[in-house]
Design a protein around this ligand. Structure first.
Ligand code: UFG
Length: 326
């Protein structure tokens, strides 16, 4: 009897990588996605249902039909800049969408939820590294919508007996080490894919958003975590819920911070290409330094990142931009 997992947003970047690993681990991913940002061709490891999480009646039908043991809820809008320009979209998709899903879970008795949260819920942290007890004071609508969804989960858990794990991703990056899936955002705003596009000559210069931060080389520092490692954490979170544990939030990071310049050097070293750069002003809403205290996920889940060194990250991502790793 293969356990089934409903995967909202399973046609997206992190969702599709997770669906592949679920299948390899003997679980059946059932993808529910409206394909506004996901790709139908990324759904290859289980059934696909086209639908919107705001459509609670459709969700209830799908849950009753497939009787999943848990849901992994990736479906969301995820551009910080866009969330400032169009907060309505973010409150609808991320807050109302999550509420719609939780209500469908409640109606059908689906009691286990794994949720995609973000380090964006911390805002500019008072201290580093960022542990899970750090005050969550998001500085943009995207981060606020993820925080509200976390609060909904804990309130539903207390009142209705739902159990959940909220996973706070740091900077997701890299691609399937076997080459089956890559990172396909449109528009692409993330540093590593843009650096690879610049190295491949597809977009002029890579714009570095600020080199006057109070960091070692003046550029922002982030904690880059490989998407295949994120996938592993979701499988482990499901196992924890299946054993009756949880109702907690966990950081998913490598625990190490790298500056924009360090990332660009890694892209240059792995691809053998120069990354042409142009220094630009700071990007609004960018915290200077973010990196995780990543110990809790190790302790609670046994999470152990295998791919989250910069070289492996760039090596797995490069082929999707027509570049060979050296
Ligand atoms: N950067 C550049 N040039 C670019 C793109 C990015 O210099 O062309 C810099 C950014 O200023 C930032 C770093 O590279 O300092 C990483 O930027 P990304 O856009 O790749 O990632 P973010 O850290 O902004 O965003 C990520 C997730 C969000 C999440 C956020 C939390 O993608 O979903 O972390 O801070 F909300």
């Amino acid at each position: 009897d293969t356990p089934r997992i409903l995967v909202t947003g399973g046609a997206g970047y992190i969702g599709s990588h997770t669906a592949k690993l679920l299948r390899l681990e003997g679980l059946e991913p059932v993808t529910y996605d409206n394909l506004t940002t996901g790709n139908r061709s990324s759904v290859r490891w289980g059934p696909f249902i086209e639908g919107d999480i705001l459509d609670s009646a459709h969700l209830i039908e799908v849950i009753e039909h497939y009787a999943p043991d848990a849901v992994i809820h990736f479906a969301a809008s995820a551009y910080v800049g866009e969330s400032v320009a169009d907060p309505a979209k973010y409150y609808h998709n991320n807050v109302c969408g999550t509420l719609s899903l939780l209500d469908a879970c409640r109606r059908t008795g689906l009691g286990k939820v794994i949720f995609s949260s973000s380090c964006a819920t911390y805002g500019v942290p008072a201290a580093l590294p960022i542990d899970e007890a750090t005050r969550q004071e998001p500085i943009n609508p995207y981060g606020r919508t993820k925080l509200i969804a976390e609060r909904m989960l804990s309130d539903y858990a207390a009142a209705f007996g739902l159990s959940y794990v909220a996973l706070r991703y740091f900077n997701a990056c890299g691609a399937d080490p076997e080459g089956d899936l890559g990172e396909w955002h449109d528009p692409e705003t993330h540093l590593i894919p843009r650096a690879l596009m610049a190295a491949a000559g597809r977009i002029g210069k890579l714009e570095v958003f600020g080199d006057d931060y109070d960091t070692a080389d003046g550029t922002c520092v982030r904690d880059y975590i490989h998407v295949a490692d994120l996938a592993q954490a979701h499988v482990l979170a499901y196992r924890l819920l299946a054993e009756g544990g949880a109702n907690l939030a966990l950081n998913l990071g490598s625990g190490r911070g790298f500056s924009v310049r360090e990332v660009l050097s890694a892209v240059g070293a792995v691809t053998g290409r120069d990354v042409p750069v142009a220094i630009r002003p700071r990007r609004a809403g960018d915290p200077p330094v973010l990196y995780a205290d990543a110990r809790l996920a190790r302790e609670v889940l046994g999470f152990s990142p295998l791919y989250s060194d910069l070289e492996t990250i760039v090596r797995t991502a490069a082929p999707f931009f027509g570049l060979e790793a050296r």
